[in-house]
Structures are given as structure tokens and as C-alpha cells.
Design a protein around this ligand. Structure first.
Ligand code: FEO
Length: 162
């Protein structure tokens, strides 16, 4: 049986992942409004990935006999004014999520919950990839600056995401 502390923390993480999905869906719409459909595609794929992350935690909690308690998802931030600011927001958000995963790992250790600790290893690796992907796009957007041609090249590249 899973401890109440772990159950509560996983329920909170389900909400964090669903918020991530909501944030990226909001950002996808922002890019669609500007006809940058490659950026839109990349973020729409990311929206689905975040739903899968929420689903992994959800299924794990049920498997361990825990109780799923869904909480309200807050309205996503939409304060970015250009593509670079948007992807800086992605990177900052992913760093925040990495921090949440690390806190979960610490909790699993202190609760001596080996199964939760093992399950979280997938997320530790995933966060390395999530941050690296966002970092790479931020770096490219910094490189092209205000040049529309460069932005369109990145847009075409992001359209290839599987
Ligand atoms: Fe679910 Fe992008 O971390």
C-alpha cells in the first residue's frame, strides 16, 4: 500500500503534468495565430506527451492501490510576446518540472518507497531530454534574432517532429 504522503505528491504531480499539457496547448494556439504551423505542430505533440506523463502517474497510483484525486487546472500563463520568449517559458517550465520530480525522488527515498523510486527513474531521464529539447530551440531562436527567414527555417524543422 502506498503512503498518504506519496499518494498526495503523485496527485499533485498529475496536476502539474496536466497543467503542462494545458500550457503547451495554449502556446500551440499562439503560434497557430501567427501561421507558424511548425511551431504549432511541435507544441501540439508536446501537449500529447504531457497528457501521457499525467497518465503514467495516474495508472501508477491506481496500480499501487492509491486514490486518484483530480484537482483544478489553473489557467495557463500567456505572457510571452515573441517565439523566443515563448520557448524560454517552455525551458523555465521544464526546469520547474525537473525540480518537482527531484522532490518526488527525495520523498520516495525518505518514505523508503522503492517502487515509486524505481518508477521515477523514467521521469528523471525524460526531464533531461525535455530540458535539452527546449534549450536547443531557445538557442536557435537566439541565433536568428529578428530575421524572419531564420524563423521560417526553424518552423520547417519543428514541423518534422514525430
Ligand atoms: Fe511532463 Fe515536460 O514534463
Amino acid at each position: 500500500m502506498i503512503s498518504k504522503k506519496i499518494e498526495e505528491a503523485i496527485n499533485k504531480q498529475i496536476n502539474e503534468e496536466l497543467y503542462s499539457a494545458y500550457l503547451y496547448l495554449s502556446m500551440a494556439a499562439y503560434f497557430a495565430e501567427q501561421n507558424l504551423m511548425g511551431f504549432h505542430h511541435w507544441l501540439f505533440v508536446q501537449f500529447h506527451e504531457e497528457l501521457e506523463h499525467a497518465e503514467k502517474f495516474y495508472k501508477y497510483l491506481i496500480e499501487r492501490g492509491g486514490q486518484v484525486k483530480l484537482q483544478a487546472i489553473k489557467e495557463p500563463d500567456r505572457s510571452w510576446n515573441n517565439p523566443r520568449q515563448a520557448f524560454e517559458a517552455v525551458l523555465n517550465h521544464e526546469r520547474h518540472i525537473t525540480g518537482r520530480i527531484n522532490e518526488l525522488v527525495d520523498l520516495a527515498e525518505s518514505e523508503k518507497d522503492r517502487a515509486t523510486f524505481a518508477m521515477l527513474q523514467w521521469f528523471i531521464n525524460e526531464q533531461v531530454e525535455e530540458e535539452a529539447n527546449a534549450q536547443e530551440i531557445v538557442a536557435k531562436l537566439e541565433m536568428v534574432g529578428d530575421h524572419k527567414q531564420g524563423l521560417l527555417m526553424i518552423d520547417r524543422e519543428l514541423a518534422q517532429r514525430k
